[in-house]
Every structure is written in structure tokens, then in C-alpha cells.
Design a protein around this ligand. Sequence first.
Ligand SMILES: [Zn+2]
Length: 187
Amino acid sequence: MKTLQQILDYNEKFVLEKKYEQFSTTKFPNKKMVILTCMDTRLLELLPKALNVGNGDVKIVKNAGALVTHPFGSIMRSLLVAVYQLQAEEVLVIGHHDCGMSGMKPETVIDSMKARGIQEETLETLTYSGIDIKEWLHGFDNVSESVAHSVEMIKKHPLLPRDIPVHGLVIDPGTGKLDVVVDGYQS
Ligand SMILES: [Zn+2]
């Protein structure tokens, strides 16, 4: 059976049996926080459990590497929406050890693209259009530095209220242990 069909079959029962009832909450985060973290599968349940947050407690924004790469990209917009529309009063950036974006080689990704049928000409066209694919696909070398950099990007954003603490942390995807990189109350 195809994955989508399995999901839909399960979903039908889920709704019918009212399994949603235990998750009933509002769109406003009880703990008034927005978290930016990585899409890593190991963090799906571990991160909320390790932080003692449940459904309704926080906003979570995810991408590959918990990175803010552009001040006016969708990640920054999501954080600002959380603050201005959804009552978030603190921002947490949580990177993690053993991240797929750590030491990711753009060349390797580009090779995989070519192996999947992306033409060299397409890559050249993008380059001529001013898109630096290698830069765009670049990960990071050090997770703590990367988290600190994202924290700086957020803190210095011209549209973020100055009184919003922005914290930076690194989580261990095996144990859930958190290490503080930036204490947003101190800066
Ligand atoms: Zn990751």
C-alpha cells in the first residue's frame, strides 16, 4: 500500500474515534515562545519532551539546520508573525549535534542532483541568473557558531522588538541534553 493511502486510512479512524480531543488547544502558545529548530527526525518527539513542552505550548519553526540565512526569508517572517500575531515573547534557536547540515558539501548535493537527472545546463542557467547554488547549499562547520550566528541575525533584525530575548541552544539528539550557547537574558 502506498504511504499516502496508509496515512489517509489511519486518519479516517483517528478522526472517527475522536483521538484529536486530547490535543485540543488554541493557536496562541501557552508558554509564549517560538522555537526555531532543525527538521531532524530524531528531534520530532525528543525535543518537545526534553523541553517539557506539549501541544499548544510553543510555536515551532523548522528547517534544515535551524538556520536563518536571509533576514527577509520565510523563517524570519515566521518568527515575526509568532511575535506580532501570536503572542510569542521569547525566541529559542536550537541546533543539534550530528546535524545533516554540519559539514554538508554542496558538491555532493549537486552530484546527487545530476544523478537524479538535473542537467548541467540548468545549473549553468541558474549561475548566469546570479544564483550561487554552492553558497545556497552550504551548511555549517560548527553548530554552536551557527546557532550564535542565527541568534545574531534574529536579534539584530530591524523589525524585531528590542525587548524580545533570543536564546541559542544546542541539543544532543541522543540524550536530549541542552547546552546554552547564548543566554538571551544576558545580552
Ligand atoms: Zn539537523
